[in-house]
Design a protein around this ligand. Structure first.
Ligand SMILES: CC(C)(COP(=O)(O)OP(=O)(O)OC[C@H]1O[C@@H](n2cnc3c(N)ncnc32)[C@H](O)[C@@H]1OP(=O)(O)O)[C@@H](O)C(=O)NCCC(=O)NCCS
Length: 188
């Protein structure tokens, strides 16, 4: 599913628009999918085979699939009018539970608070119009940037496990976090 258009600001008061991924984004998204560092940090299921097989056709097909996929809700992140990343919620089997992920694929705009602001705006939506009661997140133990962001937003650490997918030649340790609707009200 495509998320509704959402507006927000970074900590530097720069406007972000969370909007629908377009076919025209495929060329830029392909550069992210082919970036080893980003994919290793994202540690998406099957990220290595996906990265190795990614091409413009698979990206267009992926974007096409977003619209009709009821298992997740996805936004493109637009900063100064250009695509810089994506944020999405995968729906859990358990009703009203989701899992949030973010990528700021454009490395030239990392560490400007875009990831934090995008996640924060999506959490606002998730716990209101989205109807979620709990949003989970995990990051690989090496992903200190993602982990700092989750802590900074007020996510609660719930434990670690070992990923069942091989990433960068090993089964990485994952750190799990969660945010409930009531904790988000307090954290804001
Ligand atoms: C993780 C990611 C989404 C963060 O987005 P971002 O816009 O660069 O990060 P932000 O500017 O919002 O900062 C998030 C936190 O990380 C910290 N941080 C950002 N860049 C950092 C860096 N290079 N070194 C150390 N800390 C850093 C920020 O200080 C902030 O923590 P704070 O609130 O305690 O200050 C981005 O780095 C990314 O896309 N990485 C690759 C994919 C990935 O790892 N996705 C997340 C897995 S779910």
């Amino acid at each position: 599913m495509l998320g509704p258009e959402l507006h927000t600001y970074t900590r530097n008061n720069e406007q972000l628009v969370l909007t629908r991924p377009e076919f025209a984004h495929a060329v830029i998204m392909l550069t992210w999918a082919q970036d080893t560092e980003s994919m290793n940090m994202l540690a998406a299921p099957d990220s290595e085979p996906l990265r190795d097989k990614a091409n413009i056709d698979t990206e267009i097909e992926r974007i096409h699939g977003f619209e009709n996929n009821d298992d997740n809700i996805i936004w493109a992140i637009s900063y100064n009018g250009r695509l810089v990343g994506q944020v999405w919620i995968d729906k859990d089997k358990e009703i009203k539970v989701g899992h949030i992920s973010t990528i700021i694929g454009d490395k030239s705009v990392r560490n400007k608070g875009i990831g934090l602001a995008a996640k924060s705006r999506v959490l606002d939506w998730a716990f209101s119009d989205g109807g979620f009661e709990c949003i989970e997140a995990w990051c690989v133990a090496e992903n200190t940037v993602s982990e700092a962001g989750l802590r900074s937003l007020g996510f609660t650490y719930t434990g670690e496990d070992v990923n069942d997918e091989i990433v960068a030649g090993k089964y990485p340790t994952r750190h799990h976090y969660e945010m409930t609707a009531s904790n988000w009200e307090k954290a804001k």
